[in-house]
Write a protein that binds this ligand. Structure first.
Ligand SMILES: Nc1ncnc2c1ncn2[C@@H]1O[C@H](COP(=O)(O)OP(=O)(O)O)[C@@H](O)[C@H]1O
Ligand SMILES: O=C(CO)[C@H](O)[C@H](O)COP(=O)(O)O
Length: 564
């Protein structure tokens, strides 16, 4: 099915039509549910956008797989769409970002199966796959020093546990035949240039690579993956480049044909999607908005990329060790800065799950369709209808949610935690669905508040949130994040900020900007500021107390059931 397409001249008129841009850059963002591309000019204005859904397979609980061939094909569709009608010779650079999913190829770069069905088309273990639970438990039991750079506890969503799972469970059909293991962003830049160099971003954040010391042989030997040490890391990458560096001789003729772009244009070393989102928002010029972060260092800004999951990206001049929060990672997002990444594994996915699984969802769907609205726009207006004189957030005074339906990524770093809902009644009508949706949105915001508290207790100091990703298009989600954290929320002028981040990479690789920081300052702009309703602070402080009690009780229940 052809994805949605908006572009300059056709469909919605994009801003910036009035001036002919000097240079174009193409950004490609491979998210969980779809591939998006954008044509962006040197001011960071989006001139064209296209998206294309991608398949996901869930052959068994907690196994999530994709196809690198599907994803590349979708990249080709959307890239061709966004460059239609322009002089492609004005395109100066191309940048990719993607989820940190694991791509498996044989020695001839052909896909290998990561499943017991032996289907090589499904050669990607996705970022949210939780199959490697016993492997990550054993890795964490080692207490190896590299774990200090992932908040002290390695996530089941990182690559080492998944690689160990493949070695232990797919020896003949996959592991012995494997020639290359890529993080998805690096697979895309390899596909575009034929250069198998990896990005510092992916290797530092998901593979335990150190910007300073490189690979740690003792770690791989200790966890049972000494194979990589033996061949000098050729399968997982022994050439590493900073994000935005220009790869090889740029776009190969074959990839140029696939993508509909000129051969030889600069292609950048990639970023993971959350990091591209951070690049796309965190450097915006905030003068004139009366924000506390005006005149403060960029380290006072927390970027929150809210899509299927939410990633909380905070940077610092010196390394900060935050227990249960990934990092500190050097130069993994903004060159020269240390990065800590908090996160919630399911946020958009959780909201979709709660809404679609409710008894009143068919009625909601019919009513939203009749109004030509998304179900979320309909729910937001329905909440305004039923809130009466109270602020909308007060509707959940006796309905509370703990959001860890897919474990807790940060700051508790406990994949055994589960979701919780308290305050249910017998009724299951549209009002109940709307209030449960609201309580879920609030629970996600409380999770963000808990992550911020952990990061600030370790040394960060934030004054402003910079939101992007699909959920930042939901006004209720944004307002609840402002009200519950007590911080103003900045939304970018370009809502597709992750794509601006990918385009920034392409702009840097082209040499049009002297640094990533210069490109960030020029290409990301404030669109809107949402201020917190501080008059509601007391209410949310009380709901936060309940929120924290929920996980305390969950742990008590688990202890009781574990006891004899
Ligand atoms: N306009 C919108 N209003 C409310 N929620 C949205 C909107 N657009 C996307 N979402 C939600 O955002 C999530 C997808 O986020 P997105 O950043 O687009 O994708 P990905 O996680 O694949 O990068 C989904 O849960 C979807 O329901
Ligand atoms: O772990 C990640 C980033 O560090 C994943 O790539 C991210 O959580 C998935 O992104 P999205 O929710 O946008 O699909």
């Amino acid at each position: 099915m052809m994805g949605e397409q908006t572009r300059e001249g056709g469909g919605t008129t994009m801003p910036g039509r009035d001036q002919e841009p000097r240079s174009y850059y193409v950004g490609v963002d491979v998210g969980t549910g779809s591939v998006r591309a954008a044509l962006v000019d040197q001011r960071g204005i989006l001139l064209a956008f296209a998206d294309q859904p991608i398949n996901q397979w869930e052959p068994q609980f907690n196994h999530h797989e994709q196809s690198s061939e599907d994803i590349w094909a979708a990249c080709c569709v959307v890239t061709k769409q966004v460059v239609q009608g322009i002089d492609v010779n004005q395109i100066r650079g191309l940048g990719f970002d993607a989820t940190c999913s694991l791509v498996v190829l044989d020695k001839q770069f052909r896909p290998l199966p990561v499943n017991h069905e032996g289907d090589p088309h499904r050669n990607i273990i996705m970022w949210l796959d939780h199959r490697a639970v016993s492997q990550v438990h054993r890795i964490n039991e080692t207490k190896h020093s590299v774990l200090q750079c992932v908040g002290g506890v390695m996530s089941v969503e990182m690559q080492a546990p998944k690689l160990l799972w493949l070695k232990e469970n797919m020896r003949e059909t996959c592991w012995d035949k494997a020639g290359h293991f890529f993080d998805l962003p690096d697979f895309l830049s390899w596909k575009a240039t034929g250069v198998s160099a990896r990005s510092l971003c992916s290797l530092v954040c998901k593979w335990t690579y150190s910007a300073e010391k490189g690979w740690d042989d003792s770690f791989w030997k200790m966890i049972g993956l000494e194979d990589f040490v033996a061949d000098n890391y050729s399968k997982i990458g022994n050439q590493v480049l900073p994000p935005g560096a220009s790869l090889g001789h740029g776009l190969t003729p074959e990839a140029a044909k696939d993508l509909g772009l000129p051969a030889g244009i600069a292609v950048a070393a990639s970023l993971i999607d959350a990091h591209a989102g951070g690049l796309g928002v965190i450097g915006a010029d905030v003068r004139g908005y009366g924000l506390a972060c005006e005149g403060q260092p960029v380290t006072s800004r927390l970027a929150v990329i809210c899509g299927t999951s939410s990633c909380h990206m905070g940077i610092s001049k010196d390394p900060i060790f935050v227990p249960g929060v990934w990092g500190p990672y050097f130069s993994a997002m903004v060159p020269g800065f240390w990065l800590n990444e908090g996160g919630q594994s399911v946020t958009g996915k959780l909201i979709d799950h709660m809404v679609q699984g409710h008894a009143a969802f068919p009625e909601l769907q019919a009513k939203a369709t009749a109004r030509c609205q998304s179900v979320y726009a309909y729910l937001n207006s329905h909440l305004d209808l039923i809130k009466k004189a109270r602020p909308v957030g007060f509707l959940t005074v006796d309905l509370h949610v703990w959001p860890d339906f897919h474990g807790n990524r940060s700051p508790l770093a406990d994949l055994t935690l589960k979701g919780m809902v308290t305050g249910l009644k017998l009724s299951q009508d549209l009002d109940d669905l709307a209030i449960l949706y609201l309580a879920t949105v609030q629970a996600i915001a409380f999770g963000t508040r808990l992550i911020i508290e952990a990061m600030e207790a370790a040394g960060h100091s934030f004054s402003t949130l910079f939101l992007c990703g699909g959920l930042s298009k939901n006004p209720l989600f944004v307002q609840m994040h402002a009200d519950i954290t007590g911080m103003p929320v900045v939304l970018s002028q370009e809502v597709e900020s992750v794509l601006v981040g990918a385009a920034i990479l392409g702009a840097c690789a082209s040499g049009d900007f002297a640094s990533v920081q210069e490109a960030m300052a020029r290409m990301s702009k404030v669109g809107k500021v949402v201020l917190p309703r501080l008059e509601d602070k007391r209410y949310y402080d009380k709901k936060y107390q309940v929120f924290l009690k929920l996980v305390e009780h969950q742990k008590e229940y688990a202890a009781i059931m574990k006891g004899d």
